[in-house]
Ligand binder design. Structure first.
Ligand code: CP3
Length: 352
């Protein structure tokens, strides 16, 4: 049965598009498709903390499946969070509703880095279990695993929480490059372990989220971040699953982010996909990039924008339709279902 399942999933539209192969229609999923836009999610989460939910494989499988059932999207994304491997490696971190990750004792000097120990697979055995259960329940629909990239995780650790300018993060990066690189090297090592656990448990693709990396110039990205993101992605070159790499505000970094070892580069809504493909090069697929706020507009507007994104995506060897960033809690889930249908209809015959 294992062999049959594997064949089905490598033949899925998501994996085929990531590899630039022919697909019957453009695959679509939405970042943050599981979450507060869904009443069934809000009901299930009532009274249970975010990190406690993530440690319950039965709840993870159910939450991951909710948007797949409702919208008919082409992939599930594991219900988890980028801070999970931090907490599992001894960092006192919590996810505060409406704010995001909050770190009790920020990392700002060499001796602080020592507090972030090496992650062992056993530290995240509940993730292994959750992936196995979710994959079994998803059947023919592929599951995407993910991790936070070194820069974005370092930003939360150094700032102590969400940040607009990432000033403390940059102060460490410029002022104490040795400590910066030691921190990022450990984060890269742990992200790799976290992704390998998910791959061994059966995910069909992985996404490395570098959400806040757009705060950097390309030169600083190449010097302070690229070596560490490359350490994660290049180590997975032979893992047998496509690697997606995504950041927000990353228009200036798209080429470099592709060089880090991605098969698919995620693009936010600021860069049209045909322009993005010019920067990334002709050998990588793209993912994106409808502005999530467009989903708050009347359907006539949404329809035009979805078609535009699909048409511009034809410039790349493969396209996975998504938003340019996550679903906002106030977006009507019925609209996401309708967008999924439109993507499938409009893209028939695009590629084989
Ligand atoms: O459907 C999915 O996308 C899967 C689940 C997922 C979550 N977090 C669940 C979540 C994924 C892929 C993430 C990754 C993540 N977490 C990122 C990278 C993606 C991105 O959005 O750029 C980042 C930066 C985080 C850190 C984080 N965790 C933030 C900024 C928040 C939002 C805080 C808030 O309340 O507005 C979280 C919490 C979080 N992670 C929620 C969800 C569904 C909301 C909390 C809740 O429902 O109680």
């Amino acid at each position: 049965m294992g062999a049959m399942t594997t064949k089905t999933l490598t033949d899925s539209a998501l994996v085929r598009a990531a590899r630039g192969q022919d697909v019957p229609h453009t695959p679509v999923w939405f970042m943050r498709q599981a979450g507060r836009s869904l009443p069934e999610y809000r009901e299930l989460r009532a009274g249970i903390g975010m990190l406690d939910t993530i440690r319950r494989p039965d709840l993870v499988a159910e939450i991951t499946l909710q948007p797949v059932r409702r919208h008919g999207v082409d992939a599930g994304i594991l219900f988890s969070d980028i801070v999970v491997p931090l907490a599992a490696a001894g960092v006192d971190v919590d996810i505060v509703a409406g704010t995001g990750p909050v770190v009790a004792e920020p990392i700002r000097a060499a001796q602080d880095v020592a507090r972030l120990r090496r992650l062992e697979p056993v530290d995240v055995s509940y993730v292994d279990e959750a992936v196995r259960l979710t994959v079994a329940e998803l059947g023919d629909t592929p599951l995407i695993g993910f991790a936070g990239a070194p820069f974005t995780l370092a930003s939360y650790l150094v700032e102590g929480g969400p940040s607009r300018n990432h000033a403390k993060t940059k102060a460490l990066m410029y002022g104490d490059p040795e400590t910066w690189h030691a921190l990022c090297a450990r984060l890269a090592e742990n992200a790799l372990t976290f992704l390998r656990v998910q791959i061994d448990a059966g995910v069909s693709a992985v996404q490395l989220f570098d959400s806040w990396v757009g705060a950097l110039s390309e030169a600083d990205y190449r010097r302070f971040v690229l070596p560490h993101s490359t350490a994660v992605l290049s180590a997975l070159a032979d893992a047998g699953v496509p690697r997606i790499h995504f950041g927000v505000h990353s228009g200036e970094l798209l080429g470099a982010m592709g060089e880090a070892g991605a098969d698919v580069v995620g693009v936010d809504w600021r860069t049209p996909l045909d322009v993005a493909t010019g920067r990334i090069g002709p050998d990588k697929a793209v993912q994106g990039n409808l502005d999530p706020c467009v989903l708050l507009a009347p359907w006539e507007v949404i329809e035009v924008e979805v078609r535009r994104v699909l048409d511009q995506g034809r410039a790349a060897p493969g396209h996975i339709f998504n938003l340019g960033h996550g679903v906002l809690p106030e977006i009507d889930p019925a609209v996401l279902t309708r967008v999924t249908e439109l993507v499938h209809e409009h893209s028939v015959g695009f590629r084989g």
